[in-house]
Ligand binder design. Structure first.
Ligand code: MN
Length: 215
């Protein structure tokens, strides 16, 4: 007798194989859930000011932090992360334009996404309450060990751990595009009827081609 295998997840491999999620508006399947592996997303958001919304799946919601400078791969660069309201899990799939005048009006990009695992086998909800969350990220841009530590009411720091994924290059500059659609903020705004000029201020300045002036 053959043991019954859960077919639901296995069944998505064909769905994924047939589609290029950078080209089709159809939803990409979310990474499989398990007791230890949960989803995270970083949404680059050009609202009143540019920031990166860092969200971790904990329980049935995504506790969220607004990181004005974005994550840094340099362990010596502790990035301010202001805790904001929890978001629904479905929000992790949102890339597009929030109408001007609405809360958070502006352009949103899925800048990175993937899964995370807690270090030390700790319950993330407990770590969140205690104000120190230690985890490893398995994203497209962000990998390895990270810590979120609370330093005041709603005020946290996001810090890269010292491991083989640490870098001194600024990943917000070197990898500015959506991991889902490869678009810049201005391209998302253009495609979705947003304010292109405002969105473009969140994209890296176009590189000027300068003739090398070696003596
Ligand atoms: Mn935001």
């Amino acid at each position: 007798m053959v043991a019954k295998k859960p077919a639901a997840r296995r069944g998505l491999s064909e769905y994924k194989r047939k589609r290029d999620f950078a080209r089709t508006p159809e939803p990409a399947p979310r990474p499989a859930r398990s007791a230890t592996r949960r989803s995270f997303v970083v949404q680059k958001h050009r609202a009143t000011a540019l920031h990166y919304d860092f969200r971790l799946e904990i329980g049935d919601a995504m506790p969220s932090w607004a990181v004005p400078k974005g994550p840094s791969l340099d362990p010596s660069q502790k990035r301010l992360a202001m805790q904001v309201e929890d978001h629904p899990l479905e929000y992790a799939g949102f890339e597009g334009v929030i109408p001007e005048g609405e809360y958070g009006g502006g352009t949103v990009m899925i800048w990175d996404e993937g899964t995370y695992e807690m270090l030390d086998d700790v319950d993330p909800a407990v770590a969140l309450r205690k104000g120190e969350i230690r985890f490893t990220l398995d994203g497209h841009k962000l990998k390895g060990r990270w810590t979120l530590v609370r330093t005041g009411p709603r005020r946290w720091l996001l810090i890269k751990g010292r491991d083989t994924y640490a870098r001194t290059t600024d990943i917000t500059v070197s990898r500015p595009r959506s991991v889902r659609t490869k678009r810049l903020l201005a391209e998302i705004a253009r495609d979705e009827g947003g304010n292109v000029e405002k969105a473009a201020t969140g994209d890296p300045a176009p590189r000027r081609v300068v003739a090398s002036a070696k003596p």
